[in-house]
Unconditional design. Structure first.
Length: 195
């Protein structure tokens, strides 16, 4: 089974590219969803409670909104959270990829914004970065989440240090334009690498 990762900054269009690949027959894995599963693991909940306080784990469940506010814009706190969550996330990603291979799938696509930040990312045959301008990404984020445009832009700007990650990808898809242009780029990617 071929393994691809689709990565890139928030609002660039990772989900759109992953959906287009899934429509062409790829098995898709959502890294965010896997991250939510990790946050539900008992050992992770316990570690979050110890490191960030029991206010972040009311009733034995991680309060993702509160935890997000604690780590957003604070590199030390974010690194502490990553140290707790990323090792089990890597293990879960690898496990799910192996399950798809056992099912006989020809291509699995893992959508993972944090791929280059993982301590031991799953081995991939191709890493595709989806990128777009900060203005476009902020507008998409505001439209998708209902965030105030200034807050959306602040969130995009806070993630700017990650922009160096995307140049490490094997291929880059620029997604500043229309959906038809993105679909054409995915068609070209599929034709060149899927078989």
């Amino acid at each position: 089974m071929k393994r691809w990762t689709v990565t890139g900054p928030t609002g660039a269009g990772k989900s759109a590219v992953t959906a287009l690949l899934a429509a062409r027959g790829a098995a898709a894995l959502d890294g965010d969803r896997l991250g939510h599963e990790v946050l539900a693991q008992a050992a992770v909940v316990a570690a979050v409670g110890v490191r960030f306080g029991v206010a972040c784990t009311p009733g034995g469940v991680v309060d993702r909104a509160l935890l997000g506010r604690r780590v957003f814009g604070d590199p030390v706190e974010l690194a502490a959270l990553d140290a707790i969550t990323h090792p089990p996330l890597c293990a879960l990603m690898e496990s799910r990829l192996q399950e798809l291979a056992a099912q006989g799938r020809a291509l699995a696509v893992l959508e993972a914004a944090v791929y280059f930040r993982l301590p031991a990312p799953p081995r991939m045959d191709l890493v595709v970065a989806v990128v777009a301008s900060a203005e476009v990404r902020a507008a998409r984020l505001a439209a998708r989440t209902g965030l105030d445009p200034a807050m959306a832009r602040a969130r995009v700007d806070a993630l700017a240090p990650l922009d160096l990650d995307w140049v490490r990808a094997d291929l880059t898809i620029r997604n500043d334009g229309e959906p038809a242009a993105l679909a054409a780029a995915v068609d070209a990617l599929w034709a060149a690498h899927a078989h």
